[in-house]
Design a protein around this ligand. Sequence first.
Ligand SMILES: Cc1ncc(COP(=O)(O)O)c(C=O)c1O
Length: 384
Amino acid sequence: MTDLTASLKKELQALKEKHLFRTLRVMQSSPDAHVMLDGRPFVNFASNNYLGLANDDRLKRAAMQAIERWGAGATASRLLGGTTDLHARLEDALARFKRTEAAAVFPSGYHANLGTLPALMGAEDTVLLDRLCHASLIDGARMSRARLKVFRHNDPEDLERTLQRIAGRGRKWIVTESAFSMDGDVAPLPDIVSLAKRYGACTYVDEAHATGVSGPEGRGIINQFGLEKDVDVCMGTLSKALGGMGGFVCGNRTLVEWIHNRCRSFIYSTALSPACAASALTAIGLCLSDSARRQKLFRLSARLRQGLGLEPASRGPAGPIIPYLLGSEKAALRLSKSLWEKGVFAPAIRPPTVPKGTARLRFSLTANHSDEDVDAVIRILRHV
Ligand SMILES: Cc1ncc(COP(=O)(O)O)c(C=O)c1O
């Protein structure tokens, strides 16, 4: 065994002892509300397929037709030759969907955050991040070499105190999610935007979990609050409610031209595949034309929250992400295992994904779940 392997093994063993070791679960079915895992059927509460579109025939048909028409891969980075008419139409549709001037599409949401933050922020600047921001926002902010400050989760008063303490010449950036990935709660965007105006800060809002879900047409929480003109950068993904893969940044034309010229993950990575671009275009159309899935999702969410005895959500109806807090990693793993034995797949979420002491099960709903699925998990949780 080499020195490297021996030391990795030792560290992996330490993770196991701390209940932080992670393994992959292999699925033998498409990732829908009901799945096959290890050869057994499960009700699946582990996907971000909120609208249940990942396995939708219309998206699959669009992807297959795009492969026939455009080929399997985009073959080059966006600037080098990887931009087809399909990518241009998708960016157009995203800009209209988010009510902005323009959009830039990336191979994933992670790419979008990892490249866009360092393209916009530099060593002179200060980035103020909500404490529960996603890893891709933290990593992008770190790569920018800006000074990082963390404010208390969804707390405009703490944000204001932090803004007051910033000195120096650079820009100030407030970075937040609009719907938080592991807690499902909504950021106080109107307060954040008004603080940004008062203190001359720019705003970067990640709508990964709001896109397709929130607002009357699924346009997101920025739209729900009518803040399209006030937020500088709106980021999102095609990989959650839109059922496919890819990321995007929406904003004004100048912002998008800047991304084309300065964003390394846009410039130096192969473009989104034609299949993904086509399925995303179809998903946006479905989002706009069909609100029934969203309505069902919010109804199921209220039913599950009530069944679990959780408080109603603040700032609007509760979305599809429902955290069931346990605290210790061991307790979260134990409960996840008990549910697993009863045919419910709800993985334990542990640090570093969530802060220490807040390990949990994260139930995420899709419009393809039924009332019976929700009632079954409530019943099982009462017994275990
Ligand atoms: C808040 C947030 N931003 C960005 C991403 C990255 O998006 P993608 O999965 O498309 O890479 C995620 C993924 O989980 C996320 O939760």
